[in-house]
Design a protein around this ligand. Structure first.
Ligand SMILES: [Zn+2]
Ligand SMILES: [Zn+2]
Length: 257
């Protein structure tokens, strides 16, 4: 699947908006859809923008999806995990001398992440990233090819210097998630990983070039998969972060008000 931020459709919808705002300044908003129908070529059928135009049909986008991530687009990342899943091996994308990482447990908090830092496969809007206790992760081959992407970031992401894939992210500073390593289960051939739980940092996609008008389309598509989407992490994880920060600051919790 190939997709990039410059695809023609984006500019097409922008041109439509320019047309409406410059050529019909006195037309009330409620009439703009008629105007659109009258002066612009009909929307392609069975297409993303047909669903936008129809509004209520926005959830029925299964046949014309944006490329969220292969694990979501194929449904492979939504299958229930196996009860006694022992973990597996992550491999980078090099054809030879692959960097491999062994995980001795399943991941937790596996989610789609729209932030600009997590590694994403080519063409995907989201990364799929989960965590394991750091003691459950071991680099088993070609460790010398790994290099930290940004040593100043709280999560030190170890990428293969040859193919660019991130094998794991580790936190060395005091941080709510210290002790957990961030990994991408798509790098494993094993099946049985925890399914994707939610999509986070959706609005961050705009800063990476997503037309703002498509943010709700992404959310609707995520919802269509049975997942919630958030503009940060899930409430459970945000609460965990807030609790960690509050305890660090000596906050005394109250349950009666
Ligand atoms: Zn590699
Ligand atoms: Zn991320």
């Amino acid at each position: 699947m190939h997709w990039n931020w410059d695809w023609g459709l984006d500019s097409w919808i922008r041109e439509r908006k320019v047309y409406i705002s410059t050529d019909s300044p006195k037309v009330p908003t409620t009439h703009q859809s008629n105007l659109t129908t009258k002066f612009l070529p009909p929307l392609p059928t069975n297409h993303l923008f047909q669903t936008i135009k129809n509004g209520k049909d926005i959830n029925k986008m299964a046949s014309t999806p944006l490329p969220l991530h292969p694990l979501l687009d194929t449904g492979a990342g939504l299958k229930p995990s196996k009860d006694t899943f022992p973990g597996g091996t992550l491999s980078c994308h090099c054809s030879t001398n692959k960097v491999t990482v062994e995980l001795t447990s399943n991941v937790a908090h596996n989610h789609a992440c729209g932030c600009s830092k997590c590694w994403k496969p080519s063409g995907a809007l989201f990364s799929i990233v989960g965590v394991v206790p750091r003691e459950n992760l071991r680099v088993t081959a070609n460790e010398a090819k790994l290099s930290i992407v940004d040593a100043a970031a709280p999560i030190q992401r170890y990428a293969c210097t040859e193919c660019g894939v991130h094998l794991f992210g580790r936190i060395e500073v005091e941080h709510p998630f210290k002790g957990l390593d961030f990994v991408h289960v798509e790098l494993s051939e094993e099946e049985g990983w925890q399914p994707v739980q939610f999509a986070g940092f959706v609005s961050s996609l705009i800063g990476q070039g997503l037309d703002p008008s498509l943010a709700d389309v992404v959310r609707a598509q995520v919802k269509g998969l049975g997942l919630e989407s958030y503009d940060a992490l899930s409430p459970a994880l945000m609460d965990a972060i807030a609790k960690w920060n509050a305890e660090r600051d000596g906050v005394v919790f109250r349950s009666k008000f």
